[in-house]
Structures are given as structure tokens and as C-alpha cells.
Design a protein around this ligand. Sequence first.
Ligand code: MG
Length: 375
Amino acid sequence: MPRKGKAMKITRISVYQQDLPLEHPYWLSGGRLKFECLDASFVKIETDAGFVGWGEGTPWGHTYVPAHGPGIRAGIETMAPFILGLDPRLVLEVERAMDLALPGHLYAKSPIDMACWDIAGQAAGLPIADLMGGGSRTPRPIASSVGAKTIEDTRAVMDRYRQRGYIAHSVKIGGDVARDIARIRDVEDQRRVGEIILYDVNRGWTRQQALRVLSATEDLNIMVEQPCESLKDIAAISGKHATPVSVDECLVTLQDAVAVAENGWAEIFGIKLNRVGGLTKAARMRDVALAHGIDMFVMATGGSVLADAEALHLAATIPDDHCHAVWACQDMLTVDIADGRGPRNKDGHLHLPEAPGLGVHPDEEALGDPLAVYS
Ligand code: MG
């Protein structure tokens, strides 16, 4: 029996690699970036108290943001000696040890942070969201990911998701002013009552392209995400259009969050757990957002039901009115490493797991042998 209330030490860290093929090829930025398979790293942390925690780090390929699967595994190799022996429930101590061992490389830290929160939740007998201070049980809408290029494809993909119950959609645009305006207008024509639609540019506009599309669609009252490459670009256009903007790829550090909030460069945060370094760091961004009237989408950067569950726990700690949607990347994959367990799509929503910790673990047999074990 795992013991409670006493010191606990991390005794072993095992790292697994798993390819997660996408069911359909997927394009971002108007076809500039194509994705077909994700490189996932799963991390098992064992303790001398018998608790076992799991984490996942699945970047969205290696062309989307500065993160890649082999980098996660190399980062864990570097950090492991600094983490072994620590109490995983003391997530701030683990965070500081990782930051000392390896400055930056937040995406490599998030699976460790996730596994530590999993253990902390199990040891406390609470779902992670409750351990973080209290999780809403209001089911979170799942945002689809519509990585299409033409009007016809966009309609087909959105209908596919609507048939699965989805009411939130992230429609990928960018790269061509006329095509983007036409696609936005068509999606708005087809929009159903109650749907949440975010137009995600994934950095695909220059400043002039952004201003032309946003001025041409101003009557439609839309939201866009990451219209331009950098925070400087987003800042430069922020006073020149009336459309609410979400920052996603450019929201990496707490300093980014503070700068966006202080200067009013965006009205929404798109928090991706793997990119920002895990729950511990993301929770601070949440608080910066709430203190500045900024709403949130919370998502895994990619990955299996484990990554989706982590995002759902953070989303549950955001007041209902300020959390627009989560994402279920699992619905885009052809493999399931947890055989239907954990939070799954129910009428287009994810429901917070009530089990202590993360609420879902992978099938170890499905993962094969670990690539590395540190002890
Ligand atoms: Mg995005």
C-alpha cells in the first residue's frame, strides 16, 4: 500500500517513445506546414512510496514551434540527475531543479511536471484540478481543429466534427487574403447557434495581410488567433483593428503573458501545456489572464488522452465564463495508448475525471520497452 503523509522520493524515471499517426493529413498556415504523425514521449515516475505518475510531451511535429520529440528525451536525460530523490508532490522544488539543470526548454519539462502533479493528486486523493485549488465540473466544449484549405474541405471537416457533437471549432486560415476572407464568410454563413469559432492563423499573415482580412471581416464579429509571426507584429497592429485576438504560439513564458496583458496586445490566451512547460507554469499564466480580463482556450500541444486530460485539469481551474474550450487531440489519432480510458468526447465535451491525480494512465504494454531508465 502506498503510504501517505510522509516524505516521498522519486526513485526511477522511465522514458517511452510512441508514434501517434494522424487520421487525416493536417495543414497549417494555408498549407505552409503539413503534419502526418506526432512523436510522443511518455514519462513514468516511480517513488519509494509506491505511487506511480505519468506524463506526456507531444509537440505538434517539429516545424510548428521550437520543440521536438527527441529534444524532450534529451532534456530529460540532462535533468534526471537533478530530479531523482526529490519529493514529486513539491512541484515548485521539482520546477526549480529543472530550471537550474536546463534553462529554457520548457517543452522538455512539462511531462515531468505532469507526472509529479499526477503523483501529488494520487497522494492527496484528489483530481489534479481539485489539488490546484478547485476544479469546475462544468463539461468543457472541445474545439475541433479544422486544418483545411478550401471552402469545400472546410465545410466537410466541420460537418465531420459536428456529427461528433462538437460546438467549438478552430478553423485554420492564413496566407492568402482573398481566400481567407472567402472562407471566413462561408464559415460564418454556415455557423450554427451557440457555436464557438476561432479563426487560427498560426502566424500566417504579415501585418498588411492581417489588417486587410480583419478590416474586411469586421462586420462578422469574429475572433482570431496568432495572426502574425511575433508579439511585436501583433502589438503593431493591435490598435488598428477591432477584432479580439488570441495569442498562442507567442505565449511561451510568464514574461510573455505579463507583457501581453499589461500592454493590451491580445484579449485571449491560448495556453498549450507542453509549450509553456506544464501545469505549474501555466497556472501562473491563468492568474495573469484572470487579473487582466483575458479569457482562455486551454489545450494540449498535441498528443494522447493523457495530454488532453492535463489540459482539462487546468481548464477546470478557470471560471466557466472565462474558459472557451479545450481540445481533444486524441480524436485526430489512429492509435489509443489508453484503450478508451480517461476523458473522452461526450457530445462534444470533456468531463473532468474524478479519479485522484491525472485520472488516466497508458497501457504500458502498448508503449513497449522504455528508451531510457534513470534511477
Ligand atoms: Mg492556435
